[in-house]
Design a protein around this ligand. Structure first.
Ligand code: HEM
Ligand SMILES: *[C@@H]1O[C@H](CO)[C@@H](O)[C@H](O)[C@H]1NC(C)=O
Ligand SMILES: *[C@@H]1O[C@H](CO)[C@@H](O)[C@H](O)[C@H]1NC(C)=O
Ligand SMILES: *[C@@H]1O[C@H](CO)[C@@H](O)[C@H](O)[C@H]1NC(C)=O
Ligand SMILES: *[C@@H]1O[C@H](CO)[C@@H](O)[C@H](O)[C@H]1NC(C)=O
Length: 210
């Protein structure tokens, strides 16, 4: 009777796959709470020790191959601040997106900015990685998690297909091949080193691409 052990293993793997865990990027040294998907996709967040009034977080997002990786800072796809990034010949192209319908989401306007962290942004032989300070990102209107939340659910979405215009940060994309939500312990995402890490970031990206 192998059924019971198989089922148990399957359920354990499923639970683990839907929950973020501590993760340190070796190239930047920044520690995140990160969700990892079997495709190589990952999404990590780091926050300051004191959440009161905070609007900023550090995000690391990446994957394997030439497709795109996306995240919802609220959990759902719709009516949320989305982050979308993909590799383009050893650079990373990225943008914010927002939509109220299921379909390729457009680039929104807003005060939020992506400030890249150089040594957390790279491609190696297996993955591409993009790390940035998400400045003025945390909102109180439900389009992101709230600053005072201790746990939350973030959305992930990825496609193995590259966007149609890889060099254009506003390119439309085809639908994700995998998507879902993962639980994040935001207390564990908080670090006394956040202010130091944040100072490593460069100026806002011109045209959302570099
Ligand atoms: C043409 C492009 C897209 C289409 C047609 C699309 C459509 C959909 C649909 C129909 C769902 C519901 C689950 C399902 O039935 O599969 C969904 C879920 C989701 N999508 Fe998209 N999507 C697109 C692009 C994106 C992008 C670029 C992102 C992120 C940057 C994203 C993030 C999500 C997330 C996080 C979910 C899971 C949470 C939820 O169900 O709302 N999607 N999408
Ligand atoms: C990443 O860069 C920052 C400065 O830009 C530096 O202080 C830090 O030590 C670097 N991380 C590693 C692991 O070398
Ligand atoms: C890709 O980048 C390399 C150097 O990093 C450059 O030599 C090459 O011309 C680029 N290719 C394209 C298509 O932009
Ligand atoms: C490439 O970078 C990813 C993300 O940081 C890391 O998980 C992976 O181990 C690295 N691969 C190699 C071969 O160094
Ligand atoms: C988060 O935890 C702190 C400390 O336990 C508590 O004071 C605060 O009310 C919690 N926040 C929420 C939104 O529940």
């Amino acid at each position: 009777m192998k059924l019971a052990p198989l089922l148990f293993g399957g359920i354990t793997a499923l639970v683990r796959a839907q929950t973020a865990a501590p993760y340190t990027d070796v190239k930047s040294g920044i520690t995140f709470q990160a969700y990892q998907h079997t495709t190589g996709y990952f999404l990590g967040v780091a926050l300051p020790e004191n959440p009161t009034g905070n609007t900023d977080l550090i995000v690391t997002i990446g994957g394997k191959g030439t497709g795109w990786s996306g995240a919802s800072l609220a959990g759902p796809m719709k009516n949320a601040l989305l982050v979308l990034a993909w590799p383009n010949n050893n650079t990373i192209v990225s943008s914010f997106r927002k939509t109220n319908q299921y379909g390729s989401p457009p680039v929104p306007t807003g005060a939020f900015m992506q400030l890249p962290i150089a040594n957390g942004t790279y491609t190696n032989t297996t993955h591409w990685t993009y790390t940035f300070v998400c400045s003025k990102c945390i909102q109180s209107d439900g389009t992101t998690f709230a600053a005072n939340e201790n746990t939350t659910v973030l959305g992930y979405a990825l496609s193995s297909a590259a966007p149609s215009q890889k060099g254009n940060a506003a390119s439309s994309v085809s639908k994700h091949s995998s998507q879902g939500q993962a639980a994040f312990d935001l207390v564990k995402a908080r670090s006394k080193d956040f202010a130091m890490w944040k100072n490593w970031a460069a100026a806002p990206k011109v045209e959302n691409a570099f």
